[in-house]
Design a protein around this ligand. Structure first.
Ligand SMILES: Cc1ncc(COP(=O)(O)O)c(C=O)c1O
Length: 404
């Protein structure tokens, strides 16, 4: 018999969709994967060299549980450059992806039944991660139907059991960049009330229209030891290094020590070759980040324009990330039904909005190629439009509406 906890935890729907898409492709199906969460570019050459240099020695050993000193140093420099904040090695923990940093932070913070607040739409993993750590997820949905609740709505959800708030901006899945004013209010509130604030900055540098990333440290005490803010980052998205599994957290030393203790018993330090790859990426030429940003911004413009051309679909242009979260409720209110229909009918993978806490929407990624984006939306439009011609040519095959 499995544990109650195991029975209560869902599989990650986004990882599951990757598997489904791969299986269909293996069978020769012309799948377009618009549900993905990783850029298609190659890892920076400095990352490959860093990793290869270690592998060439043939000596690949355990590392300190909280990361090798050279990587912590690179993270400290990153924090100075991008957040204008000086921190010490004791304030940094390197983990196997941002996901593990968030997970060990939750383990370090939560007692059974403590509550963790986060806005909807939210990254699919937050509710399950909070539950895994024994906590209770509390979702705050904006009353006006937008992708950013007001500060008052967040504050109204805070009670005596609230232990932490998670903010993810730019946001997966909506692509929305929360306003500086909203972030400032939440930061100041958490500092004043002694509530932990996990800032999930996974997409922090993937922002468009010439805007600067939000810096939550602008609103915290200068001394990180007096702050409740924990900033989480990773090489996964900005350097297209999802498979290396390197993320980190910066916070006060008591919390970081507790997180390191947990990590030391859980997985030990992250894989050494991956850490050397991350050192290469962080210390190397930064051209790949700006190149990725430019590509994604162009993809976004194309995707948003194409989606807006579908009657009845409501699209908020994302200010960051590589996701849009259009509202398809004019066609189908149940996002699972719609996503399953699109996969079945036109072999386009999208992620149902329900997984992110918002029905009627689909998450559609723009991290693929322009060809995938344009053809994918064309297929979606065809599947939705009752007046569309009865046939569509799909990956060299002729599809008939009634024959699908
Ligand atoms: C908001 C958010 N946080 C964290 C992660 C996890 O990042 P990593 O792959 O570094 O574990 C993701 C990945 O999709 C994400 O979208």
């Amino acid at each position: 018999m499995l544990s109650q906890l195991a029975l209560s935890i869902k599989e990650s729907p986004t990882l599951k969709l990757n598997e489904t898409a791969a299986l269909l492709r293996d069978k020769g199906e012309p799948v377009i994967h618009l549900g993905g969460g990783e850029p298609k570019s190659r890892a920076p050459i400095d990352a490959i060299i860093g990793c290869a240099s270690l592998l060439n020695t043939g000596e690949v050993r355990y590392t300190p549980a909280d990361g090798i000193p050279a990587l912590k140093k690179a993270v400290i420099r990153y924090t100075e450059e991008h957040y204008d904040r000086s921190v010490l090695p004791e304030n940094v923990i390197v983990s196997s992806g941002a996901k593990q940093s968030i997970m060990v932070a939750l383990h370090a913070i939560l007692d059974p039944h403590d509550e963790v607040i986060f806005p909807a739409p939210y990254w699919v993993s937050y509710p399950e991660m909070v539950r895994l750590a024994g906590g209770v997820p509390v979702v705050v949905t904006a009353g006006d139907g937008s992708f950013q609740p007001t500060f008052d709505e967040i504050a109204a959800a805070v009670g005596s059991s609230t232990k932490a708030i998670i903010l993810n901006s730019p946001n997966n899945p909506s692509g929305v960049v929360y306003t500086d004013d909203f972030v400032r209010q939440v930061v100041e509130f958490c500092e004043k009330r002694g509530i932990w604030l996990l800032m999930d900055d996974t997409y922090n540098r993937l922002v468009y229209d010439g805007r600067s990333p939000t810096n939550c440290y602008a609103f915290t005490p200068e001394d990180v030891e007096r702050s409740k803010v924990v900033v989480i980052n990773c090489v996964s998205k900005m350097y297209a290094m999802t498979g290396f599994r390197i993320g980190w957290a910066v916070g006060n030393r008591d919390l970081v020590k507790a997180m390191s203790n947990i990590q030391s018993q859980q997985t030990s330090g992250p894989a050494a070759p991956s850490q050397w790859a991350a050192i290469g990426a962080l210390n190397g030429v930064q051209h790949s980040v700006s190149a990725l940003r430019a590509t994604l911004e162009n993809n976004r413009n194309v995707l948003v324009a194409r989606l807006r051309a579908i009657p009845g679909v409501k699209v908020t242009a994302p200010g960051g990330t590589f996701y849009t979260f259009p509202d398809f409720s004019a066609y189908e209110k149940k996002s699972h039904v719609l996503a399953a229909m699109l996969l079945d009918k036109v072999r386009v993978v999208t992620v149902p909005g329900k997984e992110f806490g918002m029905e009627g929407h689909l998450r559609i990624s723009f991290c693929g190629t322009l060809k995938e984006i344009t053809e994918g939306v064309q297929r979606i439009q065809w599947a939705l439009d009752p007046n569309a011609p009865n046939e569509l040519f799909l990956g060299g095959r002729r599809l008939l509406r009634d024959g699908l």
